[in-house]
Design a protein around this ligand. Structure first.
Ligand SMILES: Nc1ncnc2c1ncn2[C@@H]1O[C@H](COP(=O)(O)OP(=O)(O)OP(=O)(O)O)[C@@H](O)[C@H]1O
Ligand SMILES: [Mg+2]
Length: 607
């Protein structure tokens, strides 16, 4: 229908109003974006208390009041002008900007697509002053009001119905606004925020320590399973600092909806940073789970460009490699804290590992933890207990024979996982430590140990290879045989020598020594499947580690295998010295602590 070029009009400069409306399309595409801009202005003004009031998801009305520095009345009309700002005045200022705003565009854009009222009072003024979109030209009029600023935005996109149609339901728009409020409140726990919708108070966050604010906003699951982090690099202020909280794998989620990253106080969604964090979690989180975190990066503003995105949600670092490395290492160092550290010397703000892994204790107390059920449960518990003198069933080659550590009292300190009491249904190890009872998922724990060993061996080129006296043969499909041939070298790097013996048969002559006792045909088939699927990228670190995890899982001691007490103790000792041993490769916990007081609670003792 349209013939764009046949009636081309002459080039002409656009009127200011239209320029603002075009800009508004990018800057304030929905109510949540208005909320973001107004909150940022309030924070830039030094506010310590901010109230957000919304109606109809913010479409009908957004009112944000702050107790910041206010705007002198003669400057009020300027605040609504395009390209008018108090925050920068030179290129040098822009390059070192520390405020959230700097373009002088937000209020002008909002005013071009909604009815805006700006009320403000500075500390030394006798009363407040007000302007509206329509009256701006005539200057401000006196009115009542406290020190600070209130911006009221009504009927967003009311005059541009085509645009308004893009807005979603009231509830959806409110959801986006609330998410913006959460984001900003998480970034500034020192500021009090309230959020009301249609006259009802929805959130109220008083000024608090970061540990409190983040628990309020991200909830119990996160609060119970997180590690505090505060790492610095570089010296004399020219350096970097990363602080905040990283969720343990038990706090991971199905969606990437609890990931908050701030750069110099600004919430950003940055691929480089997200990648660095993801990579740090690689060893503890597999599959489709997303880590939860709140991370704040402080960096010399001259080393980061914040002027690369219309809503400033992306940034560009001058030295992105260095930042990537710093974030990756800071997070993985935090996640690598071993069992011993997590229990005996908690990282600041970290609850004991038991808290996050035993929600059932509270549940049981809330539901009727009746006598009948109790009896039944405990009957099963004792029926499954095996004691020290359980006869040894065959060879148990997984663990080196444990040293004789039969005197628990002398070594309690050095052995946070305690000493084995017995095995429950051949699945769990029960152990006693200074605090009480430790329950260990023996398969998960062993899997983690094997995985770390494999990875360290491959990384350090120190994989020891076991030649098999009698080659193991397995029948393979054509695809598998082809893959084995194509990736022969890759397989050798991993410790496997697998060559075709005859069409349809593969002979395996060597395996990694660590895995010599596993189901070798199954292992080899798994690797071939991965190699076929991922090709050479199978050796890229992420895939490779995934593959190692599969191998470890296959080779770890199976549940339903009876262990002797020395074998159990050997496993506990190895877990203590293995990094990240408190999570298995699938992110599940490998052990839980039931302290004496947890047990007392179960028995309603002392109440
Ligand atoms: N809540 C407030 N308290 C005090 N001053 C404010 C407030 N909101 C706006 N201002 C003043 O109005 C000016 C214009 O605000 P506006 O948001 O349009 O631009 P900006 O914050 O400077 O830049 P940006 O477009 O990047 O947000 C600000 O520079 C500031 O001086
Ligand atoms: Mg602004």
């Amino acid at each position: 229908m349209n013939k764009p070029f046949s009636h081309q009009r002459p080039i002409q400069a656009l009127p200011d109003q239209l320029i603002s409306q075009i800009a508004a399309g990018e800057v304030v595409e929905r109510p949540a974006a208005v909320v973001k801009e107004l909150l940022e202005n309030a924070l830039d003004a030094g506010a310590t208390q901010i109230a957000i009031r919304l109606e109809n998801g913010g479409v009908k009305r957004i009112a944000i009041s702050d107790n910041g520095c206010g705007i002198p009345h003669e400057q009020l009309p300027l605040a609504l002008m395009r390209h008018a700002t108090s925050k920068i005045s030179s290129l040098n200022d822009l390059e070192n900007v520390v405020t959230l705003g700097f373009r002088g565009e937000a209020l002008a854009s909002i005013a071009s697509v909604a009815h805006l009222t700006l009320t403000s009072r500075t500390a030394d003024a006798a009363h407040a002053w007000q302007i509206t979109t329509e009256s701006a030209e005539n200057g401000a009029t006196p009115c009542s009001g406290d020190t600070g600023t209130t911006v009221e935005v009504q009927e967003l996109y009311g005059a541009t119905p085509a645009r308004r149609k893009f807005l979603k339901s009231e509830q959806t728009e409110f959801g986006h606004c609330a998410e913006v409020a959460r984001r900003i409140a998480l970034g500034r726990p020192d500021v009090r925020f309230t959020l009301a919708h249609n006259g009802k108070t929805i959130e109220q966050w008083n000024a608090a320590e970061p540990v409190v604010r983040s628990a309020q906003i991200l909830g119990d699951d996160f609060a119970k399973a997180r590690l505090a982090l505060d790492q610095a690099a570089g010296e004399n202020g020219g350096g970097l600092r990363l602080h905040g909280f990283v969720g343990l794998p038990t706090a991971s989620r199905m969606r990437a909806d609890a990931q908050y990253f701030y750069v110099n106080g600004r919430f950003v969604r940055d691929r480089l940073l997200a990648h660095a964090v993801r990579a740090a979690y690689e060893d503890v989180l597999y599959g489709d789970r997303y880590p939860s975190y709140i991370l704040k990066l402080e960096i010399d503003p001259a080393l980061v460009d914040v002027n690369v995105h219309p809503s400033k949600i992306e940034v560009r670092f001058r030295d992105s490699r260095a930042i990537h490395q710093f974030v990756l290492h800071s997070v993985s160092r935090t996640l690598a804290q071993t069992v011993a550290k997590a229990t005996d010397a908690p990282v600041s703000g970290t609850p004991p590992a038991s808290a996050g892994t035993m929600p059932w204790i509270r549940e049981q107390r809330q539901t009727s933890f009746g006598v009948r059920q109790t009896t039944a449960d405990y009957g099963a518990l004792f029926a499954g207990l095996r004691h020290t003198d359980t006869p040894q069933t065959g060879e148990m080659p997984f663990f080196p024979s444990a040293a004789d550590e039969t005197d628990p009292s002398s070594t309690q300190e050095a052995n946070p996982l305690g000493f084995a009491l017995g095995q429950l249904h051949d699945i769990y190890i029960l152990a006693q430590n200074a605090k009480g009872l430790v329950l260990v998922d023996m398969h998960a724990g062993h899997e983690r140990i094997l995985y770390e060993k494999l990875k360290n061996a491959l990384d350090g080129n120190a994989l020891s290879i076991q030649a098999l006296l009698i080659p193991v043969t397995l029948s393979v499909t054509e695809v598998e045989a082809g893959t084995a041939e194509e990736y022969r070298e890759t397989l050798q790097t991993l410790g496997f020598d697998a060559a075709s013996l005859s069409p349809g048969t593969l002979a395996v002559r060597t395996v990694p020594a660590l895995l010599r006792n596993s189901d070798i045909p199954a292992l080899v088939r798994d690797i071939l499947r991965d190699l076929h699927e991922y090709g050479i990228s199978a050796l890229a670190s992420e895939r490779r580690n995934q593959m190692l995890a599969t191998l470890a899982c296959h080779s770890a001691v199976r549940a339903n295998r009876t262990l002797t007490v020395p074998e159990m103790n050997a496993l506990l000792r190895q877990m203590e010295t293995t990094e990240r041993a408190d999570q298995c490769n699938h992110g599940r916990p490998t052990w839980v602590q039931l302290s004496m007081s947890d047990l007392d609670t179960l028995f309603l003792r002392g109440r």
